[in-house]
Design a protein around this ligand. Structure first.
Ligand code: ADP
Length: 334
């Protein structure tokens, strides 16, 4: 029953583990999502039922996995973790579903990347807590119905628009996660600095928070880089000067844009005269996967007011031209 092996683990996630908030009270920011979730979970507990299936939608690093774990722990339930890309064959999903115990939370990260046959199996499981397993091939093939214990599916996606209608409709509640405000990221940083034992001044924390792309995972990552700098070049204490110098070394600009963000903006402005241009063309220009540009870079560039989405493609705003030190053409949108 070790489903953790199927989970997506990258370096950052390992590092994140110790910094994850463990209860809703511990979870900073996202006041709307927290209130909505509190109601869903409270009502389910009062009824003695498993909560409705929950979809968490938003860019990477905003706390979707953390929330899934919190949902399980608030319900006193176990969590099984997998991801859309890991569920290539319906059989993988059937094995997972048939091992669930009543009340379990099944977390499927990147659920928009689930393969079609597994997705279709999921419909039935979500709705009727049952799956049909097809055994054999050709005319002799039979379908064996299997019961699934009542469970709560928590899906996470960076692209809720890529979910098929029938899948989206089977979630009782969708939480839209927003980028964090600077003051919320300051609290994330202070909490993490406390856990990691990093002495950091308030103005240094504000500086790092303001350059974290509205994203707790990035805030925590920059905190570690700033700590490295303060330990190697200073006495380990993170003050404003150390924070600024470290962020410069790591190529994080004053808006928090990283190399790829700037490459995308640069391609849009210099390569395509500010657009409009399609996202896949932009991705080719910077040598990245379209999904990365669309799901990782673009949401923040839009929120930062650098890029506008139009029906004909992406357009650079006047702010983008200025940010790159260029004069926007007449008619550039604000
Ligand atoms: P996602 O699944 O959306 O990519 P994660 O849940 O893995 O994001 O969050 C990444 C890391 O950011 C977590 O390990 C945690 O350290 C931190 N984090 C995310 N959201 C919060 C929050 N609201 N409060 C405190 N830390 C957070």
């Amino acid at each position: 029953r070790d489903f953790m092996s199927a989970s997506v683990v990258d370096g950052d996630r390992d590092l994140d583990a110790g910094l994850r908030p463990s209860s809703l009270g511990d979870f900073i920011g996202q006041p709307r999502v927290r209130e909505q979730l509190e109601l869903v979970l409270h009502a389910a507990r009062a009824r003695g039922r498993t909560p409705d299936h929950i979809l968490l939608s938003g860019p990477p690093g905003l706390g979707k996995t953390s929330l899934a774990m919190i949902i399980a722990s608030e319900m006193g339930a176990a969590i099984r973790i997998t991801s859309g890309p890991a569920l290539e064959r319906a059989g993988d999903l059937a094995a997972m579903l048939s091992n669930l115990v009543e009340g379990d939370v099944l977390f499927i990260d990147e659920i928009h990347r689930i393969a079609r046959p597994a997705e279709e199996m999921l419909y039935l499981a979500m709705e009727d807590f049952r799956v049909d397993v097809v055994v054999g091939k050709g005319p002799g093939a039979t379908s064996i119905p299997l019961e699934v214990a009542p469970f709560t599916l928590v899906g996470a996606t960076t692209r809720s628009g890529a979910l098929t209608g029938p899948l989206r409709d089977r979630f009782g509640f969708t939480a839209h996660m927003e980028f964090y405000e600077t003051d919320e990221l300051v609290r994330v940083l202070q909490r993490s600095a406390g856990i990691l034992g990093i002495p950091i001044d308030a103005d240094a924390a504000t500086e790092v928070a303001g350059r974290s792309r509205g994203t707790p995972r990035i805030a925590n990552r920059l905190l570690r880089r700033v700590r490295d700098f303060a330990e190697v070049r200073g006495n380990g204490h993170v003050d404003l000067a150390a924070a600024r110098a470290a962020l410069k070394v790591y190529d994080v600009d004053d808006l928090g844009l990283d190399r790829l963000d700037r490459a995308v903006l640069g391609a849009l402005v210099r390569g395509f005269g500010g657009g409009p241009v399609g996202v896949s063309t932009l991705a080719v220009a910077v040598g990245e996967e379209p999904a990365t540009v669309e799901e990782v870079c673009e949401p923040f560039l839009v929120r930062a007011g650098m890029i506008a989405r139009t029906p004909r493609g992406r357009v650079a705003t006047a702010g983008a031209w200025h940010h790159l030190g260029l004069q926007p053409p007449a008619g550039a949108i604000d």
